[in-house]
Write a protein that binds this ligand. Structure first.
Ligand code: ADP
Ligand code: MG
Length: 392
């Protein structure tokens, strides 16, 4: 966690709202998904981990029903003022629809604040890069609301679900549960093996002795992601409906590869068939990858990461040329065990497992090739696996 984060968010609070007396500060992490992409709304498994970067919030209750928001990252938006009596999404409200949406989502579950609050935000996750700055913002808001209003019965899983509800219904982004769950339930040194069908989860230690988890940002913002993402959801739902004509399955995550191959001709649309094939195979890859990690077979884990990328590139079509360049170059480097696009896609970041002795070559080669082919630089991060949300 950025040791300066608290100071920066308090400075932002003071600048926007005058002083910091009685202010409480909170942090929630971003996340990177190691494998299991676009499976979380298909009843499949995911395997993300929380990062040691995230979103900081400084919050103080008010005496009236006003809510005021300020982000150090979006100073041009100024201080946005709204009210507990005006909880409807507004396009002009910009980023504040995320925290306001969380307040709305809590309200739909009987947690209605009696008074409003002032909130300043500072985040060190690159926005729109597939590392879930939006989920971190939602989870830090939920964590702050629980503490401020004394809603002690609200669990971290509730915070994740309410964050997802806010993103789905208030912000129109039909994401699955992975991002909010990974942020709300993060555990240092561990990834989370979550079955999105049952919400059962288990922590799996990520021992990377002699290796690094490298995250490379294409610096291409995933601008189309909302509409394309929602379209993928619809295509998977259409494929599932076709399969259900003969198969008693509830989700694509219920199918093995063999069952899928035996019944795939039921899917009438060829594009939907490819989308479903990704969802089924990616789910099975995720289960295998976690088993490989648990027996210490990182090489197999890496191979499955590579296969995940190929499937996202060819079947699910949520990669982009920039991420393809980064992964395909990485695969050529000895000592790179696995590399794939991570997050919703259409830009954002790749995640790679790289042996220590290959890290310099990885950075130098990718930096050079990316500049040559894309025309602007990528950004390289060596991040750690951090804990979930906390008061700081
Ligand atoms: P990702 O979650 O992959 O980073 P999204 O497009 O889902 O990308 O979410 C990014 C949006 O979340 C930003 O455009 C902004 O509206 C909001 N957001 C994230 N972090 C902050 C922050 N620190 N301050 C204000 N808004 C933020
Ligand atoms: Mg997001």
């Amino acid at each position: 966690m950025d040791p300066n984060g608290k100071k920066l968010v308090l400075e932002g609070f003071a600048q926007a709202f005058g002083d910091t007396e009685g202010v409480r500060c909170f942090f929630a992490p971003g996340r990177v998904n190691l494998i299991g992409e676009h499976t979380d709304y298909n009843g499949g498994h995911v395997f993300p981990c929380a990062l040691d970067i995230g979103c900081f919030a400084a919050v103080r209750k008010r005496e009236d029903r006003v809510m005021r928001f300020y982000s150090v990252n979006f100073p041009q938006a100024g201080t946005v003022t709204t009210s507990l009596d005006a909880l409807v999404p507004q396009s002009r409200s910009g980023w504040t629809n995320y925290p306001a949406g969380v307040v709305w989502a809590f309200g739909t579950h009987g947690c209605e604040p009696d008074v409003g609050f002032d909130m300043a935000i500072y985040g060190d996750i690159p926005n729109g890069s597939g590392l879930s700055s939006s989920a971190a913002l939602e989870v830090v808001t939920g964590t702050a609301l629980r503490a401020l209003y004394g809603w002690d019965k609200v669990t971290n899983v509730d915070i994740a679900l309410l964050g997802q509800l806010a993103e789905n219904e208030y912000n129109g982004m039909k994401c699955g549960i992975m991002d909010q769950f990974a942020s709300a339930m993060g555990k240092a040194g561990n990834a989370i093996f979550l079955d999105t069908n049952t919400m059962e989860y288990a922590y799996a230690p990520v021992h990377l002795e002699g290796m690094k988890l490298m995250i490379v940002n294409t610096n291409r913002k995933h601008s189309l992601v909302d509409s394309e993402y929602n379209l993928r959801r619809e295509q998977c739902a259409a494929a599932l409906a076709d399969l259900q004509k003969e198969l008693p399955v509830k989700t694509l995550g219920d199918l093995t590869e063999e069952e899928f191959e035996a019944h795939k001709d039921l899917i009438t649309d060829p594009v939907c068939l490819r989308r479903a094939r990704h969802a089924v195979y990616e789910n099975r890859r995720t289960i295998e990858a976690v088993a490989a990690l648990r027996r210490g077979d990182i090489e197999e884990f890496g191979r499955l990461m590579n296969a995940s990328h190929v499937s996202l590139r060819d079947d699910y079509e949520t990669s982009c040329p920039e991420a393809d360049i980064l992964t395909e170059e990485a695969w050529k480097i000895p000592g790179v065990l696995g590399s794939r696009i991570t997050g919703g896609g259409f830009g954002g970041c790749t995640v790679s497992i790289v042996k220590d002795e290959a890290v310099d070559t990885f950075v130098e080669t990718l930096d050079r090739v990316y500049r040559e082919k894309v025309g602007y630089p990528a950004t390289f991060y060596r991040l750690g696996i951090g804990d979930g949300p906390t008061e700081i």
